[in-house]
Design a protein around this ligand. Structure first.
Ligand code: NI
Length: 186
């Protein structure tokens, strides 16, 4: 089922998400399936549960549409329940980021180059995994969503200033998307 995506300005995007207690496995699988379908429908490469209005620590990423720029992402996808960083490198790098909740906005964002994440997978097994390159980037962007943080928060002061008007417009729902969106007002 394709779910509407909450836009910048929505309270749920600013609320730290809760761990899931893993008691309703069927419900979790359904939510993750819906998130994957919603992400693909919107041509996104990642989605976090708060973006569909659910304040839980769940994220999905899929790099298969990005293989023109990042061939190493062929076949890369992850579905993570209750992810936590167990390592973030001091080494940083910059990539251009965007977000389905902030349509038509992008910015160069600096983040740790390598990360290690402990999470529960869709077989309900706890795993710990290292990521680097754009895969690490995608996961860090989605992990931020679980803390109520958005990529524009990390933009340079000058870029932030340039984006103020656009962000204000999105908050008011003045934005055109090919996918269904939601704000607190409508
Ligand atoms: Ni995002």
């Amino acid at each position: 089922m394709i779910l509407p995506i909450y836009l910048y300005g929505s309270q749920v995007l600013r609320t730290p998400a809760q761990e899931d207690d893993l008691s309703d496995r069927e419900g979790l699988r359904k939510l993750i399936d819906d998130m994957i379908e919603t992400m693909h429908h919107a041509d996104g490469c990642g989605l976090a549960a708060p973006q569909v209005g659910i304040s839980k620590r769940i994220l999905v990423v899929d790099g298969n549409d990005l293989t023109d720029r990042y061939p190493e992402l062929k076949g890369f996808h992850r579905e993570m329940i209750n992810p936590r960083f167990t390592f973030e490198s001091e080494d940083r790098c910059s990539y251009e980021e965007g977000c389905l909740s902030i349509p038509n906005v992008d910015a160069e964002i600096s983040r740790p180059k390598k990360i290690r994440v402990r999470y529960v997978n869709t077989d309900f097994v706890e795993v710990e995994e290292d990521f680097e390159g754009f895969a690490a980037r995608m996961i860090q962007h989605e992990m931020d969503h679980l803390e109520g943080i958005l990529f524009v928060d990390h933009a340079s002061p000058i870029r932030k200033k340039m984006l103020t008007g656009k962000l204000m417009g999105i908050t008011k729902g003045n934005v055109r998307t090919r996918y269904r969106v939601k704000t607190d007002k409508k």
